[in-house]
Design a protein around this ligand. Sequence first.
Ligand SMILES: [Zn+2]
Length: 601
Amino acid sequence: MKRVRIFLFILMTTAVSSAFAVSQPSIHFEVSFKEPQAHYVEITMKIENIQRDFIDVKMPVWTPGSYLVREYAKNVEGLVAFSGDHAPLATEKINKNTWRINSGKKSALTVQYRVYGFEVSVRTNFIDDSHAFLSPAGTFLYVDGFLELPVDVTILPYVSWSKISTGLDPVDGKPGTYHATDFDILFDSPIEVGNQDVFTFEAAGVLHEIAMVGGGNYDSDRLKKDCASIVEEATRIFGVNPNKRYVFIVHNYQSGGGGLEHLNSTVLGASRNGYQNERSYVGFLGLVAHEYFHLWHVKRLRPIELGPFDYDVENYTTSLWIMEGFTAYFDNLLLRRCGFLSENSYLQALGSDINTIENRAGNQVQSAASASFDAWIKYYRPDENSANTSISYYNKGALLALMLDLKILAATNGEKRLDDVLKAAYETFYVQQKRGFREQELQTLIEQIAGTSVSDIFDAAYTPGSLDYNRYLKAVGYEVIDYNEGRELPDLGITTSASDGRVLVTGVSRGTGAWDGGINVRDEIIAINGERLDANGKELNRVLQTAAIGDALQVLVARDGKIRELTITLTKDTRGSFGIIPLVNATPEQQRLGKIWIGGR
Ligand SMILES: [Zn+2]
């Protein structure tokens, strides 16, 4: 009796556990290409064991790292659904990015759809007869409420394509099949399919794969060596490199740039024939450094608002000045540490950020924190008035990072710097607490490391206006000077472009004569003081060079088919020309700290 009962018990547990295993929900995608020349990818989504009266499948409206609602669902067409026995299931679109499938509690269903992709960028699909780049948030539907499900993707390349490059884990024994532990991982793993040139290198104990799409005049040996230096230097900051494998997908265009960061991969845009030009090559390495740095800073160490993501709406954060700004500060610093930038070139790059911010009227209007919060409607949706109302949290954030780095260096006699903050923050928030940080917590951590308050710099992040660079730079033996100081030059206050032999206004700066006198963007400037302008701007420059502050100009413009004459009073050109130079009488201590700051290795 006893033995029988035990036997029954074992039988029951076995039955229960195997029934449980069978009923695990699962999702498998198949990706194929019937008409790549027409820019379509075909998707089959197999959903098992989600037994409901209906299920909603959704397409994200945005992709993390690029803070704009892109409405990926607009490219989806022909969505149909079937049950496991091939019976069609009724589907209905219930909002812009959601399809409701009346699945009638079926345990297996198949959803088929196609996605159009013809937008060249690092965060949108592009498919043609030569290759396909799939941005996963704009390709794969998810089942509402089931983002945490593991998912497999099988890619069937077009007949003339032979390679797949992605950070997704390949499934053993199933060529072309990849696994993601959940949909956050899937949405963070872009896929390149085609005939890309793939080469690998090892650095910081991680296997790195570079997939070159579109050809180019790159030297793969040099690229491997230089990228390896960047990997080693970046890893040195955080003390640990969390990946086993990392993939660079590089899109080479006639003229290209920009990048998007992911957990264990990145997508970079580059100019196909820019690799042999030293300036352009170092610019590319800067992009590599920037996106690589993000694998820690934003993909793992992150503000609390950025993950888990809501793929349905904007995800607001004030902290992009920390995530993008610090990254923009460290990308050039990494190039300096690797020896790709001389001290002079490094200072020039930093000076260029100062010029960009200080000469932009919007710097008096928008703070770095609000630029971050409003990235969705401002930074990613610029218009003709953006320069007057907004700034980039990249430039301003990089300059705030500079100030923090210098303040920590000065306060600790060169013992600590921003590197130490990031390493500690990564360890505390990502590794130990497994969560995002709040800005106040990061500030507290910085103050613990620096042994002094940094509220001056955090306050500056929330305040529009100029930054007091020299307060921080002097400690390391440098200063910002304005080469335009004392110059009395007139400024009309417009930017123009030449089109069809015409001079067209593209921008009007706040606080200038053009602003006060009513020149409009899109006005065609025909003549000034009775002199016909030529399209190349020479005549406009001549008029300005011979005029003085306070002069009144008669400006003849064409606006919407009508001629207007405007009187514009020239104001003083208030734009600076800023540069960072060594202090003339720097003390040995200032020089020592300066060497720690940017002395290179
Ligand atoms: Zn970035």
